[in-house]
Design a protein around this ligand. Structure first.
Ligand code: NDP
Length: 448
């Protein structure tokens, strides 16, 4: 699909030229500009007042050196990033990703998406993202600690509870957040809510760990119900076996689905009787081992090398929860051929644009990441509120709020799509609903 509006088409060309060799960022911007064509035609001031040009340029990009020493005394140097994309509706908010594939383009695409996602939650949070090309896999706890401390030595200058509030993402879980917060507290000499995803003993929110996966299933449940379908009795395939995937598996099962497959970056397991989640959590959360071990410990489970094969397994609901561009056109066609009726994105941008086109053309229900995985950042914002109040809500209270947020979010996206003549297209609906609040705030500020 191409961008219909001429000005936005030119803007896309400038984005590609000014940000060379950053295909993920181009992909994310193009998807949004396609959806916004009818909006700028109805409201040309978004173009004439400079909103569109400002929106695709980060407010601030911070790039820094992260030197650290391994257990053998050898020095390594990684790169750190924080992209503060938009503070139009609140402090910059978005996770930190530690993965060898991280470079400026990945952080830029994630930061850009975060603007709209955060706006969609209805909470006052701007968009940002950060990370490093450091790989925590195979490192000892002390090596991860030294890396996190060195990373924070630089990052702490740019963040604050009312300025920029990072969280976790791929490779940054409870252990890393602990090391990062400990070092921040030491440097700033303040105990505040500067990070979310914190441990429960030092200001974390109940239900934050579960929030993205649970929120994905609440959103999907709304989408399914509107189409007269449900999780009840459906076969579900989930990619990944990290934070999002594990808690999507938990909630999909609670809602009556049967999850038969999960993966990691080496391969996938097919468990026709339904995933034993406590065994999977033991292997992934506690022992930090490969998914292959699940098949070794549970009789009758198949293990296959390579992660894209997971989409060949017949299912009715597919939840990609691993990483960007992991579900391509061929995988989408296999899902359709095998009777899949809904795809909901738990990871950020897991479906390629070609896959999304094929899925939508075949009439499947499709929940885009920006809306469907917003539960994590929504509960992060609830963690910020609890930190400000120096007060904690119960698990039930947070989960109830999450459910309400995801239901409202579904209806906002569905209504925006309908209003702009694209009923049922939640990609367009999410982009438009997320954009309007940010764009109107930018108009109110004048040129800044
Ligand atoms: P984790 O690090 O906990 O888990 C990531 C999972 O994806 C692991 O199973 C990992 O396997 C797999 N994976 C990573 N890279 C690849 C790859 N290149 N190919 C195949 N599999 C891969 O991360 P999260 O669960 O937190 O994040 C998953 C996705 O969800 C990301 O896109 C993230 O941006 C998004 N997200 C996360 C939120 C959160 O609250 N955590 C909030 C919103 C979005 P392996 O262990 O082998 O690397």
């Amino acid at each position: 699909m191409d961008i219909q509006n001429e000005y936005l088409r030119g803007l896309m060309e400038r984005v590609a030229a000014r940000n060379p060799a950053e295909p993920e960022f181009h992909q994310a911007v193009k998807e949004v500009l396609i959806s916004l064509s009818p909006v700028v035609e109805a409201r040309p001031e978004y173009i004439t007042e400079g909103v569109m040009d400002c929106l695709v340029e980060p407010e601030r990009t911070i790039k820094f050196r992260v030197p650290w020493e391994d257990d053998q005394g050898k020095i390594h140097v990684n790169r750190g990033f924080r992209i503060q994309f938009s503070s139009a509706i609140g402090p910059y908010k978005g996770g930190l990703r530690f993965h060898p594939s991280v470079y400026e383009g990945i952080i830029k695409f994630l930061g850009f998406e975060q603007i709209f996602k955060n706006s969609l939650t209805g909470l006052p949070i701007g968009g940002g993202k950060g990370g490093s090309d450091f790989d925590p896999k195979g490192k000892s706890d002390t090596e991860v600690m030294r890396f996190c401390q060195s990373f924070m030595n630089e990052l702490f200058k740019y963040i604050g509870p009312d300025t920029d509030v990072p969280a976790g993402d791929i490779g940054v879980g409870a252990r890393e957040i602990g090391y990062l917060f400990g070092q921040y507290k030491r440097l700033a000499n303040e105990f505040n809510g500067v990070l979310t995803g914190k441990g429960l003993t030092y200001g974390g929110s109940l239900a934050r760990k579960e929030a993205t996966g649970y929120g994905l299933c609440y959103f999907t449940d709304n989408m399914l119900k509107a189409a007269g379908k449900s999780f009840e009795g459906a076969t579900v395939v989930i990619s990944g076996s990290g934070n999002v995937a594990l808690y999507a598996c938990e909630k999909a099962t609670a809602l009556g689905g049967k999850v038969v497959a999960m993966s990691d970056s080496n391969g996938y397991v097919y468990d026709k009787d339904g995933i034993d989640l406590s065994l999977m959590k033991q292997i992934k959360e506690v022992e930090r081992k490969r998914i292959k071990v699940y098949a070794e410990r549970r009789p009758g489970v198949e293990y296959h090398e390579g992660c894209s094969g997971v989409w060949q397994i017949p299912c009715q609901i597919a939840l990609p929860c691993a990483t960007q561009n992991e579900l391509d056109e061929a995988s989408a066609k296999a899902l359709i051929q095998n009777g899949c009726f809904a795809v909901a994105e738990g990871a950020n941008m897991p479906c390629t644009p070609e896959a999304v086109d094929v899925i939508q053309a075949a009439g499947l229900l499709f929940a885009p990441a920006k809306a469907a995985n917003a539960g994590g950042v929504a509960v992060s914002a609830l963690e910020m509120s609890q930190n400000s109040m120096r007060f904690s809500w119960t698990f039930q209270e947070v989960d109830d709020r999450l459910k309400t947020i995801m239901t409202d979010l579904y209806h906002n996206a569905a209504n925006a799509a309908e209003k702009y003549g694209m009923a049922g297209n939640l990609v367009a609906g999410a982009n438009i609903a997320g954009f309007l609040k940010v764009a109107d705030s930018m108009l109110a500020y004048g040129l800044v």
